[in-house]
Design a protein. Structure first.
Length: 104
């Protein structure tokens, strides 16, 4: 399964700034684990960011997003869209055919 995680700020960018280091560590941890495939800021950056995640089920990804320092400090929230890929580019096939993990 793939998950599109849309992060939206619920506070001002000034309120978000003190939590950036914790958020970056959170991203690095989940990229290193292989759960996050792509992450980045939206344009304009004042909207938030987006992440493409895989390898975990819906419950696990909701638990993961709840641990983001932006969320735990009340300055952002996630919208999770789960995608069951119907067609996959051959370059991504091996990566995206993994069975979901349940990290509970």
């Amino acid at each position: 399964m793939l998950h599109l995680l849309q992060l939206r700020y619920t506070a001002t960018e000034d309120d978000v700034t003190p939590h950036i280091a914790g958020h970056v560590a959170y991203l690095e941890r989940h990229h290193a684990a292989g759960t996050f495939l792509v992450s980045g800021q939206t344009i304009p950056t004042s909207d938030g960011g987006a992440i493409i995640a895989h390898g975990v089920d819906r419950d696990a990804i909701e638990q993961i997003t709840a641990q983001d320092p932006f969320v735990t400090n009340g300055v952002a929230k996630y919208t999770v869209t789960t995608i069951a890929p119907g067609r996959i580019h051959p370059a991504l096939a091996d990566l995206l055919t993994d069975e979901p993990l349940n990290l509970q």
